[in-house]
Design a protein around this ligand. Sequence first.
Ligand SMILES: Nc1nc2c(ncn2[C@@H]2O[C@H](COP(=O)(O)OP(=O)(O)OP(=O)(O)O)[C@@H](O)[C@H]2O)c(=O)[nH]1
Ligand SMILES: [Mg+2]
Length: 196
Amino acid sequence: MVNLIGSPGSGKTTLLEATLPRLGLRAAVVEGDVATERDAERIRALGVQSVQINTQGGCHLEAHLVERALAQLDLEGVDLLFVENVGNLVCPAEFDLGEDCKVAVCSVPEGSDKPLKYPALFSQAGAVLLTKMDLLSAVRFDRELFWGDVGRLNPKASRFEMDSLSGEGIEAWCGRLRGLLGEKRGSTRGNLVEGR
Ligand SMILES: Nc1nc2c(ncn2[C@@H]2O[C@H](COP(=O)(O)OP(=O)(O)OP(=O)(O)O)[C@@H](O)[C@H]2O)c(=O)[nH]1
Ligand SMILES: [Mg+2]
């Protein structure tokens, strides 16, 4: 189970839309939002099972909410469960959902200073994803600073850059997810961190 955490609009659902058709694994998705069924509808449009949790104002998911959502999924034969947390760089990092890995999703237009400003997520993440790489030339983003700060907080996190609209960079991320599943099946608890 992978817990995707990032700001509103960082591209979590778009990342899933790019990932799920390319992954070659049976996946299911639990969507977390304050309100609406919109993200779960986007996932179901791909032919992938998805349950929406509405927190009605809550800024993060908690394990009991995910447990309730899981009861609505047919998990028989599912290889990989994604949880898209409520868009927020702060609170979701504080709550253990029973995931194998927290994944930090950050986008280029958010700015390169985010890891050190929101260290709890970046220091715990098994992987850090930088999305919207296609917008690099349109905004000021210091890649060296961003990845340098990620490295200082969490040198072992896997790092990925992608453009979810064109699909560039998605295959490397999918490969790591397949690796995670292999590690998980070969041990009790998988981790996206290379070599762990
Ligand atoms: N240019 C570009 N736009 C992207 C990319 N990924 C996502 N977007 C756009 O960013 C906007 C927000 O994307 P979402 O995937 O809905 O963001 P989210 O993180 O799921 O948002 P919440 O669920 O509200 O937290 C949409 O307009 C997407 O089309 C990308 O790689 N490149
Ligand atoms: Mg979303």
